[in-house]
Write a protein that binds this ligand. Structure first.
Ligand SMILES: Cc1ncc(C[n+]2csc(CCOP(=O)(O)OP(=O)(O)O)c2C)c(N)n1
Ligand SMILES: [Mg+2]
Length: 694
């Protein structure tokens, strides 16, 4: 059917409505074509998304990575067709991972026709690493809203550091849409609490209050008073009673922009599946195609040609070009001029922004990194880390972070002169206090990183489980976030099994793209940070010891720079040619070094391999890997205070692993080491056994 069936719109109001219905029908058609997806929420929220994009947001489709653009986060990621529709209709341009404009649109109509199909830029959920214009990967409910708090903290931080009188370089806002699911998820509550504590008045969440989730009406499970809850946090709470009233929506967003000192929460009453005569207000509209007949009926309701598919009527692209297109272009032009003048007045700050935006490191970023002398007593991984963090934070202006209330234990507090807490009244501080909120901490670190800050979050290693969903998203988004986890094994002995990590290493090593490092001594900690800081597209986890670890004598053993290869030969049998290989990470490396000395004295040719990172090692050439673990040497022993799960890949069928097969126990560390076999004698005995020399 041709566009002729739609009367040529005359008024701007009619054009608004036509744009909204275009978003709705594109969404319905895409879901129907894919025979999977979520039509109902795009049908309900098209007016909201239209208003944000075409009337409010300062976003230039010609340059979707312009630094001072407003951010839009779709936390109810299942409604992704909203995003694909507006990215398409605004002709948002594609950019690659090196921040180069590609000269073609981010999302084509063909991508929408292939919604949820392999290779389409319109996948099932918004994917930051895949489609330009997506500000955050969403889908796991609650992550988007929590991540947007990180974005809001980042904006305030950028403003505090870089704005100067007459030069408001950063003043963007963050608009986040969420649904009942996001409201139910705990991570959202953690983040909402912190957002109000930090007075994030640049942050606006719009809650799609449709009373529907997958199992039906929310009366079966979600009857709290959300408005009161947000008032309790300290948010500015607004209500728009009709999701189709775009003037009211626009007004609410104006109130948001005028509200100072607190974030804004807009409760928007909507009807899922709006326009579908049989499915509106039902859970069926949430996640199933409407069916051809129902699509037809909904189109009839919208006054749309019933048989048209993927129709973008004449005038639609133009209406977006006149709205967000012109407003965004003008905002970016003004900003570009402002920034040119800023560059003249503040060349160093401007250069800093350039580097930061490209995820580069400033010259001298690693100067003064400590070198630790050999010391049998040694230093704890967390202490070495604390020294490194304090150097990095001074060398890299946009490096910042903190802990989920364990800063003193994690040794993540920045203590150098001038280091300041990040609080509402000091938004440019670099010491973050996440409170006891590990999950939202990790999501917020993602938000900071999406804003190009180099951010770290910290807690006890055991509680990485509480942060894991957001760490996983870090990896999916290919963000260079940093997670500093201390108390990496049984070092906190008396706290017992609830505090002793067992399966956490295996679980993190299983996350594709995440670099997990467990350094053996203080110099390996330094080298681990040196490696991590140079990553631009991968997140990293550091598992650090609570207790002192001997600082290895690097004049006797191989240099710690071997960390950059994931695993390296630390000590070898004289002349090489080992008959047994001992492999360990972290605190168990010095243990196998001790065992190695005994074995050598017994005439057994052992090799010691320090393996701080499986992930990095896996990326080395086969040749290098064979040089560390020669295939011919089958007698291999891995020692690690963690689940043995996965070590078979390095020790092989004829190897052995000394590790954890149960949870730990509450006792002093020495006793635990004895009970679980982490003693040199046990390692020596196991090596002998492997060689059949009892
Ligand atoms: C953490 C998480 N748990 C479960 C799901 C599966 N899921 C997707 S949408 C949805 C219901 C969401 O309801 P709501 O947020 O109200 O969205 P609406 O149907 O109103 O669009 C669920 C449970 C998910 N995506 N993420
Ligand atoms: Mg809902």
């Amino acid at each position: 059917m041709s566009t002729a069936h739609i009367a040529q719109p005359m008024t701007s109001t009619q054009l608004d409505q036509l744009c909204i219905n275009t978003i709705r029908t594109l969404s319905m058609d895409a879901v129907q074509q894919a025979n999977s997806g979520h039509p109902g929420t795009p049908m309900a929220l098209a007016p909201l998304v239209y208003t944000i994009w075409n009337r409010v947001m300062r976003f230039d489709p010609q340059d979707p990575i312009w630094p001072n653009r407003d951010r839009f986060v779709l936390s109810n990621g299942h409604a992704s067709m909203l995003l694909w529709s507006v990215l398409h209709l605004t002709k948002t341009q594609a950019v690659n991972a090196d921040y180069e404009m590609l000269g073609h649109p981010s999302v084509t109509l063909d991508d929408i026709r292939h919604f949820r199909q392999l290779g389409s830029k319109a996948p099932g959920h918004p994917e930051y690493h895949l489609t330009s214009g997506v500000e955050a990967t969403t889908g796991p409910l609650g992550q988007g809203i929590a991540t947007s708090v990180g974005m809001a903290i980042a904006q305030k931080w950028l403003a505090a550091r870089y704005n100067r009188p007459g030069f408001t370089v950063f003043d963007y806002n963050i608009y986040t849409i969420c649904g009942d699911g996001c409201m139910m998820e705990g991570v959202g509550s953690e983040a909402a609490s912190l957002a109000a504590h930090l007075n994030l008045d640049n942050l606006c969440w719009i809650y799609d209050n449709n009373h529907i989730t997958i199992e039906g009406n929310t009366r079966i499970t979600f009857t709290e008073d959300v408005a009161t809850r947000f008032l309790g946090y300290g948010w500015n709470v607004l209500r728009v009673g009709d999701a189709n009233d775009i003037d009211r929506i626009q007004h609410a967003l104006e109130v948001f922009r005028q509200t100072k000192g607190r974030p804004t929460f807009v409760i928007l009453d909507s009807h899922i599946g709006y326009g579908s005569p049989h499915k509106h207000d039902t859970a069926e509209a949430h996640g199933e195609p409407l069916g051809d007949e129902e699509v037809r009926l909904a189109k009839r309701f919208y006054g749309w040609p019933e048989d048209a598919k993927f129709l973008v009527p004449g005038g639609i692209y133009e209406h977006f070009a006149e709205g967000i297109g012109e407003r965004g272009a003008e905002a970016r032009r003004d900003w570009t001029n402002l920034f040119a003048a800023y560059r003249t007045s503040y060349p160093e700050l401007a250069a800093e922004i350039d580097q930061m935006e490209r995820r580069e490191l400033p010259a001298g970023w690693d100067r003064n990194l400590p070198v630790f002398p050999a010391d049998a007593k040694g230093i704890a991984g967390r202490d070495a880390s604390g020294k490194v963090l304090n150097v990095l934070a001074q060398n890299i202006p946009w490096f910042l972070g903190g802990s989920a209330d364990l800063g003193p234990s994690n040794r993540t507090l920045l203590t150098y002169k001038g280091a300041e807490d990040l609080q509402a009244e000091s938004p440019g501080g670099k010491i973050l206090h996440f409170g006891v909120r590990e999950h939202s901490m990790a999501a917020i670190v993602n938000g900071l990183s999406l804003s190009k800050l180099r951010a770290f979050g910290a807690t006890f290693f055991i509680f990485c489980d509480y942060a894991r969903p957001a760490i996983r998203l870090s990896a999916i988004m290919e963000l260079p976030t940093i997670f500093v986890f201390t108390h990496d094994a049984m070092g906190d002995g008396e706290d017992g099994p609830t505090h002793q990590p067992v399966e956490q290493l295996a679980s993190l090593r299983a996350i594709p793209g995440l670099v997990t490092l467990r350094p053996a001594d203080a110099n390996e900690v330094v080298e681990a940070y040196r490696y991590i800081l140079q990553l631009r597209h991968e997140p990293a986890v550091l598992a650090l010891s609570r207790q002192p670890l001997p600082t290895l004598d690097r004049s006797k053993y191989a240099p710690a720079s071997g960390v950059a290869r994931g695993a390296y030969v630390l000590a070898d049998a004289p002349g090489g040619n080992p008959e047994v290989i001992l492999i360990a990470s972290g605190s168990e490396v010095s243990l196998i070094v001790d065992a190695h000395q005994t074995l050598l004295a017994e005439g057994i040719r052992s090799r010691v391999v320090s393996m701080p990172s499986w992930d990095i090692f896996e990326h080395q050439t086969q040749e290098y890997r064979n040089s560390v673990l020669p295939p011919a040497v089958k007698a291999r022993l891995a020692v690690e205070q963690a689940s043995t799960f996965g070590w078979e890949r390095y020790v092989g069928d004829s190897g052995q692993v000394i590790g954890m097969k149960t949870f730990g126990a509450s006792a002093p560390l020495k006793e635990l080491q004895r009970k679980f076999g982490f003693e040199p004698e046990r390692v020596v005995a196991a090596a002998r056994e492997l060689l059949n020399r009892r």
